[in-house]
Write a protein of this length. Sequence first.
Length: 329
Amino acid sequence: MTSNKDLYSWLHGSWSQLAAYLAQQRIPQSLLITGKKGLGKQQLAQNFVKALLCEQRSIESLACGHCSSCQLFNANTHPDFTVIQPEEAGKSITISQIRGLTDFLLLSSQFNSYRALIINDAHRLTHAAANSFLKSLEEPVEKTCIILISDMPTALPATIRSRCQKLFVEAPDSEVAKQWLQQQQISEDLDILLNMAHGVPLTAQQYANEGILASRKSCFNDWLKISRQQVSPVFIAEQWQKVSDSLILFWMTTWVTDTLKCYFNQNPDKCYNPDFKPSLQELAQRLELKRLFKFYDLLLRQKKRLSSQLNKQLIFEEILINWARLSRK
Ligand SMILES: [Zn+2]
């Protein structure tokens, strides 16, 4: 495996594949890099382009870092390289952003080498932009390399996907992820952080920096208080507006599934919330199974509603009022 010290440890397998393209001079005309958000796909693509454009690439396919091409690349002023991405997070990539591309790709390289383009969040191309971009893929210009990056590749038109070579970046296994988090001086419960981050170390790091575990604990205490009729669900629904809705729904879902696990097995080995186990066991003893299943269905339904942008507070109120009712016998 070729290592590249500029990359996160879990990217070395993917890097080997890219390094082999360089070593064998088989540069993909178009490459689609996919994988979960937060794995460092952009960093991987940038490293590849830098090495592709470098004038004195090493035998391991690494950029030298000091030739004129590398210097321009480091200064973000390389004339043969450009990046296209949504102008603001969450926005689309418009046709006007794509229009200038054809000219860029047709110009000959300033360094008598390749011209390279990265499209970040490629699934954000509008329909018109995607159609216009497709022409660039259908009529490839020699010595150009187009890299598309996406964590939602199925949202890309099949006509674009089918024209690209593909590289899937996998999330690291949990030992690698934990080791990296420890190196970042993160000492919180790494299993719980990684569970929440769906195995993505950078997301886990962000959660640790934002103190998300404390917020999770405080929300779980609210959850218990509602269940003991000690606080109004409507009041808590308002309090929870401050927390990310996808996180809180994920938490509630795991609290309910863990309670169900405790129902069937007093002391389950694997649960999402090992630190809350005594309280979850207590809930399992107190609540009725049939009603718990019904509540779980409601939770999943509300999750769908929330993704369609309905009023967040109303949705939380409905969930928590039902949670309070469930606990009342
Ligand atoms: Zn160089």
